[in-house]
Design a binder for this molecule. Structure first.
Ligand SMILES: Cc1cc2nc3c(=O)[nH]c(=O)nc-3n(C[C@H](O)[C@H](O)[C@H](O)COP(=O)(O)O)c2cc1C
Length: 216
């Protein structure tokens, strides 16, 4: 194999997708999101609901990780996690958040920026109860983002909780739930030839969405 550093430096891929024209996109960005999500599902893009979320706590250090988008309604995107996790603590300190989808087979990226708020207990509970038994137990066994001594410690806790809660469904834990992200900015990026990509943005001004285009 060639030197890895030189492979990374020199790899180049041209995109040859169709034009993304502002006139072909709906006035409501949420409708554009649904259009693209539908296409990602139809074209069986792997992990189409995986998104990178970035948070910045009070120490001003951005941190990113992938989570699954689980629910959405107009301009509100929901993911679920432990409320004691690093990401949840950072959101508590600063509720500004960004979401990013990258769909390689479609050469598309969607950026969303917004404000995160805890989902209602009813919504979190209803989603928790829809999860498989093992996933419900792992919410109890994993004190997400805390240091642990070994994998055995995690497995021991999983076993303990499976004895404590032998039946499905496991009771809803109040330290676990959803974050609803209300969007105020969207960008739809379509890869094109010669790095002349299309970038269509929507910015919320008052209660109206203003569409624009950015240089790639
Ligand atoms: C494909 C994929 C999907 C994931 N989905 C979730 C999720 O929905 N919720 C979650 O809490 N973590 C999810 N994770 C794990 C997170 O990336 C991360 O490791 C975890 O949430 C802890 O992050 P934190 O310490 O910054 O809070 C997922 C990871 C991958 C690779």
């Amino acid at each position: 194999m060639q030197d890895i550093k030189s492979i990374i430096r020199n790899i180049r891929k041209d995109f040859e997708n169709e034009e993304l024209h502002e006139l072909h996109l709906p006035d409501q960005p949420f409708e554009a999101f649904e259009m693209w999500m539908k296409e990602a599902i139809e074209k069986q893009v792997p992990e189409y609901n995986a998104m990178v979320i970035s948070t910045v706590g009070k120490n001003m250090q951005p941190s990113s990780r992938i989570v699954y988008l689980r629910e959405y309604e107009k301009d509100v995107f929901t993911f679920y996690c432990n409320y004691n996790s690093r990401k949840s603590k950072e959101i508590e300190e600063n509720n500004k958040i960004s979401l990013l989808f990258y769909w390689i087979p479609l050469q598309r990226q969607i950026r969303i920026e917004g404000i995160a708020k805890k989902s209602s207990v009813g919504k979190s509970k209803s989603y928790f109860l829809s999860r498989p038994y093992e996933n419900q137990l792992s919410a109890y066994a994993s004190n997400q983002s805390q240091k642990i001594s070994s994998r055995e410690e995690l497995m021991r806790k999983f076993e303990e909780f499976s004895q404590k809660f032998p039946e499905y469904p496991v009771p809803y834990p109040d330290f676990w739930g959803g974050w609803d992200v209300e969007a105020h900015y969207y960008e739809f990026w379509q890869g094109r030839y010669s790095r002349l990509h299309d970038r269509i943005i929507y910015e919320k001004v008052g209660d109206k969405w203003i569409k624009g285009r950015l240089a790639p």
